[in-house]
Design a protein around this ligand. Structure first.
Ligand code: ADP
Ligand code: MG
Length: 734
């Protein structure tokens, strides 16, 4: 790599035109409305000609009422899927699953088959229902040594089958769970589905126990967990991306001098979206609409080069699948526009990182949102009880929630004063906190009537003050009619935090249901019983409620006084997975077996270590191959300048100081790099928790010190000599 390549990349960039992509049209070339092509690549059995009316009813019962899927019906279903897919030019199918890596995996099979020597297209019921990918290369956290090497994928009926279109051929994707021969979950989806099942049971029971109406028609049939994931990402030019080995290898820049204008002006946030980016966003949306992902909002985010996409929320497991589709689409469409989409939590030091706000709620079969406060939350005791149960869930299982979002990338965000801290607390907003405080103290709540915002402008509609005013610093915030788990990392598979959150709430809800059954025997006044529960739960858990600034040191100190865990690094957080008492709620509810927890501990620690080792060795490589030669060249230039100044009788004072500063920086760099190499030689191939701890305590800080030295060198070496694209290049040129 050389500075020539780099300036060529920049030149190429300026020559690049905004890609024009084809909006779907009808046969006459008239653009279609979104509603006309939304979901065209999603299989809808209701539209099938092959299935009869009663087939459709039976299938819907299988999906919604968990009735058994007969072999005959499965054959018919497979046939109608095949018919639909082949009519759309699809040649292959794949079981699409989410191994413990957090990414998605697939193995394609052709529909092509032979019958009596003749080629035909075929998708049998068993091919639809079960697959056996070669599991040996997926992480299993040690399961294979104890169990059997085989892994099976099995069809998840609750998530729709879709076609992934590619310019050169399309694939039918069948969402599946991935389990071992003995039924151990080898993926992220299976525990998520289990947690949804458990929360559904608990919440349905809670609603029916606390239902004032005695009419059986008002009986709640089920409760869906709902989720909407806001996805943040960075876009940088593809040409520049390949000039940064650290981005290519690890998804983040390992060093970089900050520009004079990072995000101080905040003018990028919600600003005008550049044309080239807008074209990209529109194409992403078209692709998402076709596969039935309801992309809703798009905007610039806080950092330069950072953007966000949020879909309309839906059922939690579908939302989790869709978030995977969103991430994959953001990345694949970016390449067509000459961009690379970075999903890493912290691609640029000193600049805001990316998160994935996981919006979460529960929705009952009668349409009731359990987190809807209504106009009079103060007398909506059922709502208050749900909030109090969630406070207690965070109080009991804060450490597990923290663990659920632990990753090497998220370590750079949490506690870095830009994202919620690593201490898990709840933000409830003023009104709700006041109501709960009053009841917890055994007092009446009186509305202070400060509910309206005075804009001092009669022309503008009077705004109801948002009681849940945006506190961006809280990891887990109540935002009006849902909770927003904000500490989730941008590259994370939301299945993990969602599983833990569902399980934590279920754990508390099960206890409360038991108590309700007893209490309601002696007191038939449901409101009184609920109020007492609110009081007890809130008093017990209010130490996790914090509405203040989560970025300050004061909160860290205060949280320590309150006894809240502060698991600062992944090494600290991942150890919780091995803490049996902390995980009893998960094993008791059957979300994970002890063996499944052990696998996850091993896989996550291993991945943490591998990612870090890759970063460290990439850093060493860049220093050896790119930086040291550049610094030496720079030194020679300065030395030559000093010599010619001397022979011309000019005082070379300032150049001498430049040379000495460069020498100092180079010496520091080389010494530290050698230390890093020693660590790598000794430990680079380990992947146990001891290495993870050593990374957190010593190696990562050393690599950050090296990054500082590199940033200093970058600031004093001329731009056309510096061998790598700078933050300026990557963040500001669009
Ligand atoms: P904001 O920036 O204010 O957080 P966004 O519109 O960017 O708002 O994102 C809010 C997200 O929350 C969307 O994905 C939205 O669909 C989702 N959401 C709204 N209501 C619910 C709910 N009841 N359950 C789950 N998610 C919800
Ligand atoms: Mg949000």
């Amino acid at each position: 790599m050389s500075s020539d390549v780099r300036s060529n990349a920049k030149l190429e960039l300026f020559k690049r035109n905004t890609r024009v992509f084809n909006v779907p049209t009808n046969v006459n070339g008239t653009p279609l409305k979104v509603s006309e092509y939304y979901g065209i690549n999603v299989f809808d059995f209701n539209k099938s000609d092959i299935l009869t009316k009663s087939d459709k009813k039976n299938i819907s019962d299988v999906i919604n009422k968990r009735t058994e899927l007969t072999k005959e019906l499965a054959e018919k279903y497979a046939n109608s899927v095949l018919n639909w897919a082949t009519s759309r030019g699809v040649t292959h199918f794949t079981h699409w699953f989410q191994p413990m890596t957090g990414a998605t995996a697939e193995k394609h099979d052709a529909f092509l088959s032979f019958e009596a020597g003749e080629p035909i297209e075929k998708l049998s019921a068993s091919q639809l229902i079960q697959g056996e990918p070669d599991a040996s290369s997926f992480p299993n956290g040690g399961a294979r040594s104890t169990f059997e090497a085989r892994g099976y994928t099995s069809w998840d009926l609750s998530s729709p089958i879709f076609i992934r279109e590619n310019e050169n051929g399309s694939t039918l994707c069948i969402p599946t769970a991935f389990v071992s021969y003995f039924g151990d979950a080898l993926d992220i989806k299976t525990p998520l589905l289990r947690s949804i099942t458990q929360l559904n049971k608990a919440a349905t029971k809670f609603l029916n126990l606390t239902n004032n109406s005695k009419r059986s028609a008002d009986e709640i049939e089920y409760v869906d967990v709902t989720a909407g994931c806001e996805q943040e990402y960075f876009l940088i030019d593809k040409g520049l991306f390949y000039e940064r080995p650290d981005l290519v290898m690890g998804g983040r820049t390992l060093f970089g001098a900050s520009t004079s204008r990072n995000q101080q002006l905040d003018d990028h946030y919600f600003g005008l979206v550049p044309d080239r980016v807008m074209a990209y966003m529109q194409e992403v949306e078209v692709e998402l609409y076709k596969v039935g992902v309801p992309a809703k909002t798009r905007h610039n985010e806080v950092a330069p080069g950072q953007f966000e996409l949020a879909p309309i929320f839906g059922k939690a497991n579908v939302a989790a699948d869709q978030n995977q589709v969103i991430m994959a689409t953001l990345q694949s469409v970016a390449l067509k526009h000459g961009f690379v989409c970075l999903l890493h939590e912290k691609p640029f030091a000193g600049i805001n990182g990316s998160g994935k706000h996981l919006n979460w709620s529960m929705s009952a079969s009668n349409g009731l949102n359990l987190l809807e406060p209504t106009k009079t939350p103060q007398t909506n005791y059922r709502f208050l009880a749900v909030i109090a149960m969630i406070c207690e869930a965070v109080n009991r299982h804060g450490a597990s929630l923290r663990t659920a979002i632990a990753s090497h990338g998220n370590d750079h965000r949490l506690g870095a004063n830009e994202a919620p801290p690593s201490i898990i607390s709840i933000f409830l907003g003023d009104t709700l906190t006041k109501i709960l405080e009053a009841y917890a103290d055994g007092k009446e709540y009186t509305d202070d009537n400060e509910g309206f915002l005075d804009l001092r402008a009669d022309q503008v509609a009077r705004l109801v003050k948002d009681n849940t005013d945006r506190n961006r610093t809280s990891p887990f915030a109540f935002t009006g009619n849902k909770f927003e788990f904000r500490a989730v990392g941008s590259s994370a598979n939301v299945g993990i935090p969602m599983t833990i959150l569902n399980a934590a709430v279920t754990d508390v809800m099960n206890d409360i249901n038991e108590r309700l059954e007893k209490d309601l025997e002696s007191n038939s006044n449901i409101d009184e019983v609920l109020l007492q529960i609110v009081k007890d739960l809130y008093n017990n858990s209010k130490k996790v409620v914090f509405n203040g600034d989560g970025y300050g040191q004061e909160w860290v100190d205060e949280a320590a006084k309150r006894g809240l865990p502060n698991l600062r690094t992944s090494a600290d957080a991942l150890k919780v997975i091995q803490d049996a008492p902390a995980n009893t709620f998960l094993t008791k509810l059957g979300i994970y077996s002890p063996a499944e927890l052990e696998m996850r501990f091993n896989v996550r620690v291993e991945r943490y270590c591998m990612h870090r080792s890759i970063e460290f060795s990439t850093l060493v490589n860049i220093i050896n191959k790119d930086i040291i030669p550049c610094v030496i060249e720079h030194k020679n230039k300065v030395a030559n300048a000093i010599n010619s100044q001397k022979s011309a009788g000019v005082d070379p004072k300032s150049d001498i100081s430049v040379l000495s500063k460069t020498n100092d920086l180079l010496n520091t760099l080389v010494t530290d790099k050698e230390k890093l190499e020693e660590y790598l030689d000794k430990h680079g191939s380990s992947h146990d928790i001891a290495y993870a701890e050593l990374i957190a305590a010593e190696i990562l800080p050393l690599s950050e010190k090296i990054a500082d030295t590199l940033a200093d060198l970058e600031s004093c070496i001329s731009d056309d000599m510096w061998p790598l694209p700078t933050y300026y290049d990557m963040l500001f040129i669009k």
